[in-house]
Design a protein around this ligand. Structure first.
Ligand code: UT7
Length: 370
């Protein structure tokens, strides 16, 4: 008996605050015209002080659970892909697990930069296919505005904040995740990185003075690499799924630069209309860009049950990869899941657990003393 991994829920969350190109042009030497024509970005979303990677991730994750009509307590695994985690540790996924009340889930973060959502999706699907898990919540979330150097026009024009999520559920019904192709080439690590704050350059006054805690990028080289791998990865997963290019109704690429997407379309000899493009409104939200684009494509009526689609990305690492899947679409209506109740229960549970740990600590000290 074969088990398949179906996408049964999806959702996105972006901050309300919009930062236009004109606003950036008042901060660094650039122009709306340059940014639009060289990247396709018109505006991006920026997190407010209350928002963080975990809060956006939890919001997107809850929307995906509502869509899948899955209780948070029925989630077996949470993977949060991010390059701007809540902390160095613990994982953002554990924070999200507590926020949404997914008290039976394992949770961890995955670091594969902008390709992270593709990596996480494939990994989660494999655990469903082996029977290890029945459901997984896969989230791509970023608050890149916190690690962007707002005086560096090479990078600050590109990035934005946001989160997107998928629910994967195991089923004997054929379909869902069909094939994957994941690659990495660490020889290009220095092309796109945040060099400070890790074990190589621990945070210090010097690392901060040198701006090592900000994103540093060789845009031209990353561009060249991206145009090489996007169409190749797309072709590879289509072949691995035993499909032809004409079977693919939509390609949903990482939203890094409109010119990279256009080059991929050309390489695949596909019209641009076969691609989902929303970089104009959100900029590059790294690992969140693909699930955000999927959520919007669904809302726009561009995804129908049974459609074969390809998700393809590239990013720091260097990493790149793609997945081909058959879109499952919304499940037949079941009882609506009251996510807020689980969120509240999760919060109460978190509060009680913290108090139990405190009381246990006091008791432990007390019994040692007497
Ligand atoms: O998720 C993966 C993340 N990263 C990427 O995907 C990045 C991929 N790379 C790119 O998207 C592009 O390389 C950029 C958008 C970053 C830059 O575009 P480009 O066409 O490759 O520009 P460039 O770096 O070759 O620079 C061309 C010119 C330079 O001036 P000179 O030397 O020709 O006089 C730059 O100084 O444009 C100048 N320039 C700018 N001018 C106005 C660079 N950035 C800006 C700017 N505004 N923001």
């Amino acid at each position: 008996m074969s088990v398949y991994a179906h996408v049964t829920g999806w959702g996105m969350a972006v901050p309300d605050k919009i930062l236009t190109n004109d606003a950036i042009a008042s901060m660094v030497e650039t122009s709306d015209e340059w940014i639009r024509t060289r990247t396709g970005v018109r505006e991006r979303r920026i997190a407010n002080d209350e928002e963080s990677t975990a809060s956006l991730a939890a919001k997107a994750g809850m929307k995906a659970l509502v869509k899948a009509q899955l209780k948070p307590t029925d989630v077996d695994l949470i993977i949060v892909s991010t390059s701007s985690p809540e902390y160095l540790f613990p994982s953002t996924a554990s924070i999200v697990q507590n926020k949404i009340g997914a008290s039976n889930a394992a949770a961890f973060d995955l670091s594969a930069a902008c390709t992270g959502f593709i990596y996480a999706l494939d990994l989660a699907a494999q655990t469903l296919k082996t029977g290890a898990n029945k459901s997984a919540l896969v989230i791509g979330a970023e608050t890149l505005s916190r690690i962007v150097n707002w005086t560096d026009r090479n990078t600050c024009i590109l990035f934005g904040d946001g989160a997107g999520a998928f629910v994967l559920q195991a089923s004997e019904e054929p379909g869902g995740m069909l094939s994957s192709y994941l690659r990495s080439d660490g020889s290009g690590a220095e092309l796109l990185m945040v060099p400070g704050g890790g074990s190589r350059n621990p945070a210090s006054l010097d690392t901060v003075k040198q701006g090592k805690h900000f994103i540093q990028m060789n845009g031209r080289e990353v561009f060249r690499f991206a145009t090489r791998v996007m169409s190749r990865a797309t072709k590879e997963v289509i072949e691995r799924a035993n499909l032809g290019i004409n079977d693919i109704s939509l390609v949903i690429p990482h939203q890094a630069n409109i010119r990279i997407i256009e080059a991929a379309a050309k390489g695949l000899k596909l019209p641009k209309e076969r691609f989902v493009i929303n970089i104009g409104r959100y900029g590059n939200t790294s690992t969140a860009s693909i699930p955000i684009a999927v959520s919007e494509a669904f809302e726009d009526g561009r995804l129908q049950a049974g459609d074969h689609i390809v998700l393809v990305g590239f990013g720091a690492g260097l990493t790149w990869g793609a997945v081909a899947l058959t879109w499952t679409g919304p499940l037949p209506e079941r009882e609506e899941v009251d996510i807020r109740r689980y969120q509240l229960m999760g919060r109460i549970r978190g509060f009680v657990m913290r108090w139990i740990r405190r009381i246990e600590g006091v008791m432990h000290r007390w019994t040692r003393r007497y």
